[in-house]
Design a protein. Structure first.
Length: 192
C-alpha cells in the first residue's frame, strides 16, 4: 500500500515566510496576495492562514526586524560605532531575502496602511531610537536620537527607493566618514 507523503510543517512555514518576504519587498502589502505567496511555495493558500492566522500576521512576522544583540548589548559602546553598523545594514547591505533592501525600507512601501505604519513606528521608536536616546545624554536626547534615525533611514530611502545618483554610487567607506562626523556632532553633549 502507498503511504501518503508527509508534509514538513516547519519547512513549509519557513518557505512561506521566505516567499512572503520577497513578494512584500517587490510588490508591497497591497500588491501581494496570499495565493501568489502560496503558489511560489506550491501549497494551498489555506496553509498561510493555518500557519499565520491572516495576511496581516504573515506580513508582521515576515518583515519584523530584531535589533542585533551586538548593537544594544554594551551601553558604553559609542553611538558612532552603532550607526556605522546600521549604515552598513540599512543603507548598503544586500538583504537578498527582501530583494536587496532592509526590512524597514520594505515596510515604508506599505506605510499607508495604519497597522503597518504602527509596526514601523514601534520597531524604529521602541527599538533603535530608544537605544540611541539612552546613549545621548545632555539636552534633547530624544530629538537628537531621532535626527540620527532620520539620517540613516533617509539615506536608505535615497539610495534604495529614490536611486539618488551620488549616494547610489558612493561606497560604504566614503559614506561612513561623513556619517560619523554628523553623528558625532549630534551625540555631543551641548553646553547650557
Amino acid at each position: 500500500m502507498h503511504q501518503p507523503k508527509r508534509r514538513d510543517k516547519a519547512a513549509t512555514r519557513t518557505a512561506l515566510l521566505d516567499a512572503a518576504r520577497l513578494r512584500f519587498a517587490q510588490n508591497g502589502y497591497d500588491g501581494t496576495g496570499v495565493r501568489e505567496i502560496a503558489g511560489d511555495v506550491g501549497v494551498d493558500p489555506a496553509l498561510v492562514f493555518r500557519y499565520f492566522g491572516s495576511k496581516d500576521e504573515l506580513y508582521a512576522e515576515a518583515v519584523h526586524v530584531e535589533i542585533p544583540a551586538g548593537l544594544t548589548g554594551d551601553p558604553k559602546r559609542p553611538l558612532t560605532h552603532i550607526t556605522d553598523a546600521l549604515l552598513h545594514d540599512v543603507v548598503f547591505a544586500d538583504w537578498e531575502q527582501f530583494d536587496g533592501e532592509h526590512p524597514l525600507l520594505v515596510m515604508l512601501r506599505s506605510s499607508g496602511r495604519p497597522a503597518i505604519r504602527e509596526q514601523l513606528r514601534e520597531q524604529i521608536c521602541q527599538g533603535y531610537l530608544q537605544d540611541f536616546t539612552g546613549r545621548m545624554g545632555g539636552e534633547n536626547p530624544a530629538l537628537r536620537a531621532e535626527l540620527v534615525g532620520a539620517l540613516l533611514l533617509g539615506m536608505g530611502v535615497m539610495r534604495s527607493l529614490v536611486g539618488s545618483p551620488a549616494l547610489s554610487e558612493a561606497t560604504f567607506e566614503e559614506t561612513r566618514t561623513l556619517v560619523a562626523r554628523l553623528v558625532a556632532t549630534l551625540a555631543e553633549h551641548p553646553e547650557n
